[in-house]
Ligand binder design. Structure first.
Ligand code: AMP
Length: 176
C-alpha cells in the first residue's frame, strides 16, 4: 500500500452529517505528496498504453491534466451538464450524496480509441461507471481506471467489475 495516506485529510460530517470526506487539498499542497501520487498513477497508466486520458470534473482534472502532460497524451474532459460548448451525449448517475449527470463531446473520442479514466476517488463507483458507459457509447475501449483513493466499505467493485481499476490508497471504514 502506498505511503500516500499521510497526505490525505479526513473531514468528518462533510458535506453532510455521517459522510467522511477525504480531502486531497492537503496532498496537492505538498509537492512530495502530489508527485508521489502522480508517479504511481503514471506507472499504471503507461503500462496500459492508452491513446488518451479521460478525466472527470472537477478533481479528476487536476490529476488527469498533470498525467496527460507527463505521458504526452491528450486529455478528454467529462463535465457537468451545460458546460461543454459543442455537440454532447450524456449519462445519468448517482453519487454517495445525491444524483447528477455528465456529458462528453461527441467528437472527443472515436471507435477503437483506448483510454484510461482518471478521478480522485471512488465512493459508490456511480460516477466512474457512468463515465465508462458514456465513453463506450462512442465506441471507445476502457483499458483501465486510475484513482488516488477508494472507499473499500462501499460496493463499487461489483459496479466496476468489467474494468481494471488501480487505486493507490484504500479506506476500510467511513470514520478512518
Ligand atoms: P461515487 O460516484 O459515489 O463513486 O463518487 C465519486 C465522486 O464523488 C468523486 O469524484 C469524489 O470526488 C466525490 N466523493 C464522493 N464521496 C466522497 C468522499 N467521501 N470524500 C471525498 N470525495 C468524495
Amino acid at each position: 500500500m502506498s505511503d500516500l495516506k499521510k497526505y490525505i485529510r479526513s473531514v468528518p460530517d462533510f458535506p453532510k452529517p455521517g459522510i467522511c470526506f477525504y480531502d486531497i487539498t492537503t496532498l496537492l499542497r505538498n509537492p512530495a505528496g502530489f508527485r508521489l501520487a502522480l508517479d504511481e498513477m503514471e506507472e499504471y497508466i503507461s503500462s496500459k498504453k492508452p491513446d488518451a486520458i479521460v478525466a472527470i470534473e472537477s478533481r479528476g482534472f487536476i490529476f488527469g491534466a498533470a498525467l496527460a502532460d507527463r505521458l504526452n497524451l491528450g486529455m478528454v474532459t467529462i463535465r457537468k451538464p451545460g458546460k461543454l460548448p459543442s455537440a454532447t451525449i450524456s449519462q445519468e448517475y448517482s453519487l454517495e450524496y445525491g444524483t447528477d449527470s455528465i456529458e462528453i463531446h461527441t467528437d472527443a473520442l472515436k471507435t477503437g480509441d483506448k483510454v484510461v479514466v482518471v478521478d480522485d476517488l471512488i465512493a459508490t463507483g456511480g460516477t466512474l461507471k457512468a463515465t465508462c458507459n458514456l465513453v463506450e457509447k462512442l465506441g471507445t475501449e476502457i483499458v483501465g481506471v486510475s484513482v488516488v483513493i477508494d472507499l473499500n466499505f462501499l460496493p463499487w467493485r461489483e459496479k466496476l467489475s468489467d474494468y481494471d481499476v488501480n487505486c493507490l490508497i484504500s479506506y476500510s471504514y467511513s470514520s478512518e
